[in-house]
Design a protein around this ligand. Sequence first.
Ligand code: 6LW
Length: 497
Amino acid sequence: MKFNNPVVKGFYPDPSVCKVGDTYYLACSSFQFFPGVPLFESKDLINWEPIGHALTRPSQIMLEKVNSSGGVFAPTIRHNNGRFYMTTTNDTTRQNFYVWTDDIYGEWSEPIYIEQGGIDPDLYFEGDRAYFMSNGSDEDGRGVILQCEIDIATGNKLTPSRPLWKGTGGRYLESPHMYHINGWYYLMAAEGGTEFGHMITYARSKSLHGPFEAYPHNPVLTNRNLGGYEIQAIGHGDLIQDNEGNWWIFHLGFRQIGQWIAYHHLGREVFLAPVTFDEDGWFTAGHNGTTRSVIETVRIAEHVVQQEKKLYTMSNTKWDLEWVYLRHPRVENYKLQDDCLTLTGTEVTLDQADTPTFLAIRQRDFNAAISSDVALKNNGEAGITLYMDESHHYDLAIRQRGAQLEAVLRLNIGDIKHEQQVVTLDAAQSAKLHIEATHERYSFSIQVGEQSIQLGTAQTKYLSSEVAGGFTGVLIGLYAVGEGATAEFSEFVCEYQ
Ligand code: 6LW
């Protein structure tokens, strides 16, 4: 059969997977968005359904005023003795912690903190013993993977943190995962930074504590030498064995636009590539060490069909599965009834690294038609924002200025905040907002009654990670701003072509 990469589209970075019985579970990072650490499940590796989040209570994760692309970094999900564990870093507070649950569809525990620094924590279980890995640096400031044994009930360290492996010399050694396969311990990591030079490397040892010997042909997986290829920056992976005994790697990457001066705005997504062990116990990955957009494989049964959800509405999405807030929401400002979302604005705007009234889903593919009816009461502004961060977002909105109602398209690109067009509306209190997305451009229009009014276009490039910086991707947000402003959103549709 054939499947397409990415297997999970849109801003879902740093995938980690585990398998319980015949079901696979996937966790991703979430930064300043809440709830944190989205979770998915799959029976066949290529079709993933959202099932919830690991961090659903403010007591589990401090996100108050965290910087954009701060907050929740890469997770590791593991299952041991009937219990799921998820470990991650709050990069803003620089704390590593884990939470656990016996019911992945339910709530997770309060955080248990571990006194080992660095990012990208990993858990490895052996019998009743638990080991914790993360990245750190040596005396010269060079990357090293650290390991300690912990008491899994308390998070207390049972040994000092010891250096395990220094990688192969690439910058930003991170994303360690430990595996025990056929008598060897494998320590896999990422190097090169999460941009175009990203790569996956590994080393192995007969002992969990090393010394680790690097795979002679590292990097085992990278697209850094595939100049014009759409899929770039692959790295940060996790291995998993399927029901038939085959190995696979889930990893992040992005789909770039352009070739020489390339960029990406949909964030880092989830990719899948086959892994094969040779007789000497080394493994190779992907197609000659690269990940391709179409993978032909006999490892997945012919009858498995890769489904893709093309239509997102209020009635076919679940608020707590696919929609996210910025930091900790004031929940009283959000009401969903009969597929109509009522938002109450506050003084907090989209330009602040704070908690505006904002509810969003990821933009999951390039070509999309997005629309919503919006009715505004009591001054203020309400609309749809294509949101990368507080300094990079395009807002299509209606707003009340005194007795006047206006439609506005505002582009926010770093220090430049420009009202592309303002159109005065008749007393009509509602309008339909429309956004057409293509690879390179967004087009904005509104419809009032029978009349459609074009408000302008804007390049996707200025919402890209290469312009905005950071680790996230574009979200489609419904928002309201202004103390007491009340906005009703109905007929929300996001349809991908
Ligand atoms: C993550 C690190 C990385 O913690 O980016 O690409 C960081 N890899 O491993 C943020 O996602």
